[in-house]
Design a protein around this ligand. Structure first.
Ligand code: FPP
Length: 241
């Protein structure tokens, strides 16, 4: 089984799962959180280096206020209850997204979880919270424009590395595998720049039904892919010569 260095997951289908079980939508998020915990643990055990979870998108602010408040409460509780476990499992916690849109106590909990786990050297667990790729790219353009305006770099010096190093993911490798549950096959404003050469894996399973065995299936499938990054396979290279 080939283990991706960086796995990114769009955990989709909590609402539909709750509906299927005749429960309120938020119950799907509670079950989804339990699944997230299991998958984090399994990724850590299997040696994944980076796991990015799309926990809350910039568009999710448009959901009913009660659902947004519930998701914030889930985050609060997760950070409070799990930080010690993260330390124990050598998991380093970080986030990407617009921190300043979050309630101040959630920001404080995020900061303390990041600080408490910054020495950990195992899995890097990244929550994408109030994250949107277009917003991230807009910020990146502004940051580079400011450097140009201040005369720190010239326009000619701007290249792909300049952009990459101004993204919120600057210190991470690009995702090798992006997994989305619930049968939807789209990126929904997630890691648009970073996904240029990612492999995609879509499964019909709703997130609350997703298991460690499903995760392994996705890795088996990923292992069977040939990643060429726009080049041609080595044997064809030889044949051409
Ligand atoms: C998508 O399902 C899920 C979300 C918008 C929230 C994801 C959050 C969690 C699973 C909680 C994880 C939290 C932690 C702390 C790890 P949906 O509501 O869009 O489902 P639907 O498409 O069926 O309506």
């Amino acid at each position: 089984m080939k283990i991706p260095q960086h796995l990114a997951i769009i955990m989709d289908g909590n609402g539909r799962w709750a509906q299927k079980h005749h429960r309120p939508r938020v119950y799907g998020h509670v079950k989804g959180t339990r699944v997230a915990k299991k998958i984090i643990q399994e990724c850590s055990r299997l040696g994944v280096k980076y796991l990015t979870l799309y926990a809350f998108s910039t568009e999710n602010w448009l959901r009913p206020q009660a659902e947004v408040a519930f998701l914030m409460q889930i985050l609060r509780r997760y950070l409070k209850r799990e930080t010690q476990n993260l330390i124990k499992e050598n998991i380093r916690f970080t986030i990407i997204g617009e921190l300043d849109r979050l309630p101040s106590d959630v920001v404080a909990s995020i900061s303390s979880a990041m600080e408490a786990t910054q020495h950990c050297t195992g899995l890097n667990l990244v929550f994408a919270i109030s994250y949107g790729s277009r917003q991230e790219l807009t910020q990146t353009v502004k940051a580079i424009a400011e450097k140009v305006a201040l005369g720190h770099i010239s326009i000619d010096e701007i290249n792909e590395v300049t952009i990459q190093s101004n993204l919120s993911t600057a210190t991470m490798p690009e995702p090798d595998l992006i997994l989305r549950t619930s049968g939807e096959q789209r990126l929904s404003n997630f890691l648009l720049w970073q996904a240029a050469y990612s492999e995609f894996y879509f499964t019909e399973q709703l997130w609350p039904d997703f298991t460690e065995a499903d995760l392994k299936d996705s890795f088996e499938n990923y292992g069977s892919r040939q990643r060429r990054f726009g080049k041609i396979a080595h044997e064809h290279e030889i044949a051409l010569n």
